[in-house]
Write a new protein. Structure first.
Length: 95
């Protein structure tokens, strides 16, 4: 079936530019009526010790990547890790 991961431009992992690129990729993802994420509402938050906290928000198939705000919905799943573990997860070396 091949590798379906999207490629990211050469930006520093977890930098503001990286988060912006992740947000753009999420917005660009096509969602349709046969989408496996249709009807799914979920917030996954990643807390990187010494780094940023960011969220993947799934809302009826639409994706968004954002930084949490004071009025943000409570995350359904929170993953806290050090930077090395976050990098390994992002690269697919660790699941």
């Amino acid at each position: 079936m091949g590798d379906r991961r999207a490629t990211m431009p050469a930006v520093e992992f977890l930098s503001d530019e990286w988060l912006d690129e992740m947000a753009a990729a999420a917005r660009a993802r096509p969602a349709g009526h046969d989408d496996a994420l249709a009807g799914v509402d979920l917030v996954v938050e990643q807390v990187v010790e010494g780094g940023p906290t960011w969220r993947l928000v799934v809302s009826d198939g639409a994706l968004a990547v954002e930084r949490p705000t004071d009025d943000a919905r409570t995350a359904d799943i929170r993953l806290t890790s050090d930077r090395a573990t976050a990098a390994a997860i992002a690269s697919g070396q660790r699941a």
